[in-house]
Design a protein around this ligand. Structure first.
Ligand SMILES: Nc1[nH]c(=O)nc2c1ncn2[C@H]1C[C@H](O)[C@@H](COP(=O)(O)OP(=O)(O)OP(=O)(O)O)O1
Length: 166
């Protein structure tokens, strides 16, 4: 099924789960993870996760990157937001960050396997279906707001705007 106009009324959409993603880009490569558990297990994504109570999005993405990969991003900056209407699971608002350097050594943990990819060979076919709609913007250092409607793993509708001031 595909929709021309959104199947979701975004003016009344209310996110239930605030979450984060971090993309470290350095020397022509991007640091991704194979997620070992949780939502999207088996997929390739950036490190990140749910924001804990009392945490800011930035605090959360630093903690999650440290927990999942044993590295700390340097000078992270927020480039995007992703609004997910997820059907049968709670809706997610995800804050997306980029950093161009880090401290530590990417290390496999119980949650994730670190994977470096060249910017010319990002494995979009193993990522969430929406990623190809906004990750190229992040790589160009552009800001964005993406809205996506999913049914299970299948994207039903998408809209991405760029030039958003965060
Ligand atoms: N369609 C999608 N595209 C994408 O790129 N990332 C998505 C996505 N849907 C969810 N995510 C990411 C955002 C966030 O980092 C993560 C949220 O999944 P989870 O709730 O399973 O988090 P975690 O497995 O880290 O759980 P916690 O450790 O409890 O925070 O999944």
């Amino acid at each position: 099924m595909s929709f021309i106009s959104s199947p979701v009324d975004w003016t009344t959409w209310t996110p239930v789960i605030p979450a984060t993603l971090m993309f470290i880009v350095k020397d022509g490569r991007i640091l991704l993870i194979e997620k070992k558990r949780g939502l999207g297990a088996g997929k390739i994504n950036g490190p990140g996760g749910k924001i804990d109570a009392g945490e800011t999005p930035l605090e959360s993405v630093m903690r999650e990157t440290q927990e999942e990969l044993c590295v700390l991003p340097i000078n992270p900056r927020k480039l995007g937001e992703l609004w997910f209407s997820m059907g049968d699971i709670p809706d997610i608002l995800c804050h997306v960050y980029r950093a161009d350097d880090f401290t530590g050594t990417p290390t496999e943990t119980e949650e994730a396997v670190p994977l470096w990819y060249s910017l010319q060979s990002i494995p979009y076919q193993r990522m969430w279906e929406d990623d190809i709609h906004w990750l190229p913007l992040l790589l160009e250092d552009k800001t964005f707001l993406g809205k996506f409607v999913f049914e299970g793993d299948s994207m039903q509708w998408s809209h991405v705007e760029t030039g958003v001031a965060w």
